[in-house]
Design a protein around this ligand. Structure first.
Ligand code: GRF
Length: 220
């Protein structure tokens, strides 16, 4: 009897354009990413990422955070939607919400996030402008496990770009996005193939705790 191929089930949370979602969809389609995306959930109605999911035949849901009285209520409803899909992995792809501690604990070790900076530098918002203002020579993006510390969970992989003297925040954001689209599928594939785990608050890849994040291959 032929073996039944079973891919890891993932749910993706978005808030906007969904270009990272697109990179993940494309990688899953071309066979370089062994996941099945069970659903894409947005906290904002009408965003482009929802269209991208629909075009790829992925079920979508909208859970507008404005319809909930507080963060706890929204996160509880979100958790219910996600858990209905029984995912082994939760992918935050431009999901612009601060999560409650209970939500984070529920998905601890199976929730990844992308952040547009070379963490631990520039947690929070406006990372590109802040890096330019500080005269940084380089900038980039990081994939990390989500823990209760905002943008502070163990870092898995980073993609770097140089900052040119005439770069605007928008130009820099576009350069960084190109790296985001490479590092996210890579980290997800490590997780999907069970090479990557969160153990004792460390990112462990191939049995070794990462003492520094991996870099995109072309930069390693
Ligand atoms: C990305 O820069 C991501 O790092 C940040 O929000 C942006 C989302 O872009 N958290 P997209 O929706 O994936 O195009």
């Amino acid at each position: 009897m032929p073996a039944i191929e079973s891919k890891m089930t993932a749910v993706v949370l978005i808030s906007g354009s969904g270009s990272n979602l697109q990179a993940i969809i494309d990688a899953a389609k071309n066979g370089s990413l062994d996941i099945t995306i069970a659903a894409v959930i947005s906290n904002r109605p009408g965003v482009k990422g929802l269209q991208r999911a629909i075009s790829a035949g992925i079920p979508t849901r909208v859970l507008d955070h404005k319809a909930y009285a507080d963060r706890e209520g929204f996160d509880a409803a979100l958790q219910q939607e996600i858990d209905a899909c029984q995912p082994q992995l939760l992918i935050l792809a431009g999901f612009m919400r601060i999560l409650t501690p209970g939500f984070v604990r529920h998905y601890l070790g199976r929730m990844l996030n992308i952040h547009p900076s070379l963490l631990p530098k520039y947690t929070g918002l406006n990372t590109h402008q802040r890096a330019i203002n500080d005269g940084e020579a380089e900038h980039g993006a990081s994939i990390h496990f989500v823990t209760e510390e905002l943008d502070g969970g163990p870092i898995i992989i980073q993609g770097k770009v140089g900052i040119e003297s005439n770069d605007s925040a928008e130009q820099l954001a576009n350069k960084v996005l190109k790296k985001e689209h490479l590092i996210y599928p890579q980290a997800i594939q490590w997780f999907a193939t069970k090479r990557l785990q969160l153990i004792d608050n460390h990112a462990v890849l191939d049995g070794e705790a990462l003492t520094s994040p991996r870099l995109l291959k072309e930069q390693a």
